[in-house]
Structure formats: C-alpha cells, structure tokens
Design a protein around this ligand. Structure first.
Ligand code: UTP
Length: 618
C-alpha cells in the first residue's frame, strides 16, 4: 500500500506557540525610522544600520565576518543586496527575524535534548468512517457526495523542491504515465473540470469550481508558463489563483546562526518553510473570503504527484457532510509498520487534538500507552489508525473564521541531521518547517476533526523517489517512484472498470526500469468519462462484453462525456480520441494488434529527462 507525507521523518512539535500574523516586525520596518532623515539614501543607511544592530543582537555577527574590508563600490552594492534580502526575510515571517531566531533556538534545544512532544498524550481512534471501495456503503456515499460537488474548491500545494526525485523541472509538468504523456497538471485540471460538469448536472445550475495553486520561487515561473502555454488546460484563467510562498533562512548550528551562501557571503541560504504556509496564504490573500462569497463550502487540499487523488473525493465529501466534520483527513487503510503516519485523537487531561502522528513515532507511543504490542494490525488485517496521506477536506466556513482569528500561522518543527550522537553539529544547514496537516492543532477540543478511509483500492501513489533509490528499496516497500506512479494509475483505472463489472485478466508483478510494479492492462481514461463508480457503470451497460487481454493498452481521451462502451475485445493497443460534444458508442469493436510495450533504457542511453527518471520508455 502506498503512503505519502510521512515518508520523511519529521518531528512532532506541540510546544511551539502559534506564530502571529505576518507583517513587518520592528527591525527593518520603515515605520521605525526617524522621519527627520530626509534623503532616501540616508534612510536606507539608517535601515541597514538598524538591521545590522538587530542581527548583532541576535548573535549573527558571523555574517559580516567574511565581508571584504574597505568601502569599494562593489562592497557597497553587495551590502545593499544583503540588507535587501534581510528586510524581505524579516517581513515575510510572523514576528520577523527576531521571532524566527528565537523559535529556532527553542526548537533546536528541544531537539538536542530529545524532548518527546508526545509525552503524556493518550491516543484513541478519532471520529471517522472506513469504507471498502465499491461496497454498497461506498456507492451510497458517492451519491451523497455528488450533491456537494458544487460547493468544492481545490488547493494544490506545489511549492516543494522535489529534492528526492531529482527532476530538474517542476513535478506537475511530469507525465503521470507515458502511454499518452499527459502531465499531472493536465490530469488535475481535467479532473476538476469533470467534477464541475458533474456538479452542474447534479444541481441543474452552471458551476465553476475554483483552484488555488501554492508555488514557491522554485516553481512559480515554470508553473505559470505551463498553464499559459496550454490555455490553463481548459479552465478559465479567472478560476485559477496562484499563490507564492516565501522561503526562510537556513540555520547552521544549535545557536540558530543563520547560514551564508558558501559562494556568496552577501546572501543567506534559504529553503521552503513547508506546505503549512498554505493556510496563511489562502487567508492573507483574501482567497478564502472570495471563495466564501462565491458560495464555496468545501476546500480539498492535494499534492503535486498523486494521480488518483480525486477518485475517492465524492465518497469522502459525504463523510464530511454526514459527520459535520470541520477537518476530514482523507486516508488510506494503513498496514502496521507501513511508513505512513497515522491519524490519532490525542488526549491529555482536558486537552484533545486529532493529528497525524509520524510513522516512526507510532510504535513507541502505542507501547507507552494503549497497546503493549505497539504498531500491530487489527482483526481486519489493517492498523486501527487510518493512514495519513495529506489529502485534506476542510469545511470552508469554520476554516476561514479560524484563520481570521489566528492569522494563519502554523506550529513549526525542526529536523536537523546531526553529524554524531553528541548532536552538536549538523551535516547540512537546516530550517524551521511547518506542515499543512498541523492545522487542527489550532482548533479547540469542540471542533469535529476526523478521517475517511477507503480500503482495497489505489487512491494514493505519489512520485517522490529517484530511480537509484527506488531500485534499492526493500522488496514489498512502496517505492513512490515514477514507475510505481505510472503503474498505479493503470491499476486505479482497472479498479474502476472492475467496480463497474468488467472482468479483467489477473494482474502480475513485473519490473520496469528495475523497479518492481504490478502489471495490468494499461488503461488511461480521461476524467470526463465519469467521477463515480455509478457514472462508469452507466457508460458500460454490458460490462461482460468488455475484454482486455493481458499486456493491452486502452487509451480513451478527449471529451468522453458522450461515450458509451457496449462491447469491446482488445488485444494490443486501441486509442480512441473524441472531439468535444461527440456522442459515440463503441459496439462490436474487435481490435487485435502487436500493441505497445515498455522497454528498459540501456545504460547511458540519451533520452529526455522524464524518461530518464523512469528508466524505461515505450
Ligand atoms: P514533499 O514532502 O514531497 O516535499 O511535499 P517536496 O519538497 O516536494 O520533495 P522533497 O522532500 O524535496 O523530495 C509534499 C507536497 O507539498 C508541497 C510539494 O510540492 C508536494 O506537493 N510542498 C512542500 C509545498 O508546496 N511547499 C513546501 O514548502 C514543501
């Protein structure tokens, strides 16, 4: 079973106070300047002086130690550049650099002394619903959820560096499979447009579902370019809001000394602050308020490379609605020991919160509290703790109200990699981070925070791991590689066909690019085919008359809203590409040809990067 956000070990931190709303702090603020300083340059000098004093006060004098002596014009320009960056960093963190350094010192000290933030908390399975994919209960939930689609909005967090994957472009531009080569962003927007069309059908009204994308300096320009070059993949430009997160300074040691760039002493190293920034940005840009005014009721958060992320949304919407959930963590059924976090309600005295507990902390927490055997499966073969994949469904009204109150700051954590057991030095500079799933920590015990979990289906298969690491993952462990992401979207579509009644050949294990994956008919179906199992059933009125031989590729693309498949026998490859508005029935279609096959790349073979990171081609 695949897993997500918690594939990186992160520290659970409850001790950090919520940062205050962002804005310029005292240091470097123009308001703090003496109004009598007449000229701009004099003001700049004063501002620089003040910032320098602040940095000295914060124990950051090392930053100036490597500056060249003397006052040449280069040095002056470099100094101005340095202070410009400082002022920007100061203004983009709640409470400014003073607060950043203070928070960092506290968290670094806690990390060094090995404080256990889970000490004293007792876990319990939170409010929620577990559904088996395509069961009667699941189908009923889908029908309830369809009635809520008109109130949905979507938030894609895509500001991450993707260091583990090692792809030089943006991850949303990667093909999610190479049978068509369509990219993640195209699939995501196509899926939202399909949900939009279904919402309009369900309500009988025109519907426009908004999408916000959180980006960073590393991903903004390329993502905007991709959208523009492709006409926003069919969405209206006005439906899409691009948000940009700022970075935070890197920290070089336990005293939170900021790290200069080794190649440029007039620049600080910075890194993303984490996807937790999304709450602040949605609030501070007025996006949530605007959506609320337009009648939005739900906000769905998803990440940059999980192709089947919308599959279970209608059913999970019904769970949110039925249980009146403020926050619904859309989960997968977790197996004990699996490297994904678990959603737990943690109680301590009068305090209670429902949060993600990282996978590396689950066993110890359970042993110390409610389960002497630790992280073990229950009688149904799954861990009782739903597996967190960071797909979150929020009710908009209480979310917007809470952010107005808190300003959107998130609790932070730090995760330094120490050089040795003395924990006195880091292998590489670290930084403070925050995670979007920590939002419930800002809620009181009265808030309904829970989960919806779907078993027996692929709904989570992100692409995060480079080929070399994927090849060396222990057998049976999910690889989160380009190969598994691709194989799993075929599998996910096959699951939908099976749920609609189609009998498929047995799937078997194979390797692609040296990575073990499950091979099934390679089915690529545009989201316009349908957004629920019931929609697929309606388009497959005689499922027993649909046959796909092992190794076949079926690509259905274009506008599939008018497509019906009555009978089809395929051995090889069939591509059906429909024009907008086409009404087509596939009847007595028999196609037999040599088909397409995947081929591993030879050592050193020159191919475009999206193929090189897979290790195979078509
Ligand atoms: P990951 O945990 O996969 O991080 O992010 P990453 O930065 O993409 O990859 P690595 O760790 O460097 O290998 C999960 C999701 O959160 C987004 C990512 O773009 C991805 O969709 N994210 C992460 C942000 O939007 N901002 C961040 O600061 C970090």
């Amino acid at each position: 079973m695949p897993g997500f956000a918690s594939t990186k070990e992160k520290k659970f931190c409850t001790s950090m106070p919520m940062p205050q709303p962002r804005g310029p702090s005292g240091s470097g603020s123009p308001d703090a300047l003496d109004p009598k300083l007449a000229t701009r340059s004099a003001r700049r000098q004063a501002s620089m002086k003040e910032m320098r004093a602040t940095l000295d006060e914060l124990g950051q004098g090392h930053l100036f130690a490597q500056w060249s002596e003397g006052g040449g014009s280069d040095a002056k320009a470099n100094e101005a550049r340095f202070f410009e960056q400082m002022v920007a960093l100061d203004a983009s963190y709640p409470g400014g650099l003073k607060a950043y350094v203070a928070n960092a010192r506290q968290l670094l000290a806690e990390s060094k002394s090995g404080v256990n933030p889970l000490e004293g908390w007792t876990p319990k399975v939170p409010t929620g619903t577990s559904l088996r994919f395509a069961s009667t209960e699941y189908l009923e939930h889908e029908q309830v959820g369809v009635q809520e689609l008109d109130g949905c909005s979507f938030v894609l967090v895509a500001g991450g560096l993707g260091e583990r994957l090692g792809f030089s472009g943006i991850k949303v531009a990667l093909p999610y499979q190479i049978s068509t080569g369509d990219c993640y962003l195209q699939l995501y927007i196509g899926s939202i447009l399909a949900l939009q069309r279904r919402a309009a059908e369900a309500t009988g009204k025109p519907v426009q579902l908004p999408l916000a994308i959180m980006l960073s300096e590393d991903t903004f320009a390329l993502t905007e370019e991709l959208l523009k070059a492709n006409g926003y993949f069919g969405m209206l430009e006005s439906q899409v809001t691009l948000l940009k997160q700022e970075k935070v300074p890197c920290l070089g040691d336990n005293d939170a000394r900021l790290s200069p760039d080794p190649d440029d002493p007039y620049r600080l190293l910075t890194k993303p602050h984490g996807h937790g920034d999304v709450h602040f940005l949605l609030h501070s840009t007025g996006t949530l308020e605007r959506w609320q005014g337009a009648g939005v009721r739900w906000v769905y958060f998803f990440q940059d490379t999980n192709a089947p992320c919308f599959k279970v949304l209608p059913a999970c919407l019904a769970v949110s609605k039925k249980l009146a959930m403020e926050v619904n963590s859309v989960c997968v059924a977790r197996r004990a020991g699996e490297s994904i976090g678990g959603i737990m309600q943690l109680d301590k005295g009068d305090e209670s919160m429902t949060v993600n507990v990282e996978y590396n902390q689950i066993d110890a927490l359970l042993k110390a509290t409610v389960e002497p055997k630790g992280d073990v499966d229950g009688p149904d073969g799954y861990s009782p703790w739903p597996g967190s994949i960071n797909q979150l469904l929020f009710a908009l009204a209480p979310y917007a109200a809470k952010l107005k109150q808190t300003g959107g700051g998130m609790p932070e954590f730090v995760n330094p990699k120490y050089t040795d057991g003395t924990k006195s030095a880091f292998k590489a500079p670290t930084r403070l981070e925050c995670m979007m799933q920590d939002y419930p920590k800002s809620l009181g015990p009265e808030a309904v925070v829970g989960f919806s979990s779907v078993s027996d289906a692929v709904s989570f298969s992100p692409v995060k791991t480079n080929l070399k690491d994927a090849r060396t993952k222990p057998k049976g462990m999910p690889t989160y590689s380009a190969a598994s992401g691709e194989a799993d979207i075929y599998l996910s579509n096959c699951e939908m066909l099976t749920a609609a009644g189609v009998k498929l050949p047995a799937f078997k294990e194979t390797t692609r690019g040296g990575v073990t994956v499950m091979d099934c008919p390679r089915v690529v179906i545009d989201p316009s085919f349908g957004v629920t199992v019931a929609d697929w059933k309606a388009k497959l009125p005689e499922p027993s008359a649909v046959q796909l031989a092992p190794g076949s590729t079926l690509v259905l693309r274009g506008d599939l809203s008018g497509l019906t498949i009555e009978s089809l026998a395929l051995s090889g490859t069939l591509v059906v590409d429909l024009a907008p508005g086409a009404v087509v029935t596939l009847k007595s279609v028999k196609e037999r040809n040599a088909g397409w096959a995947f081929k591993d790349l030879a050592e050193g073979e020159e191919v475009p990067e999206p193929l090189a990171i897979r290790g195979y081609t078509l």
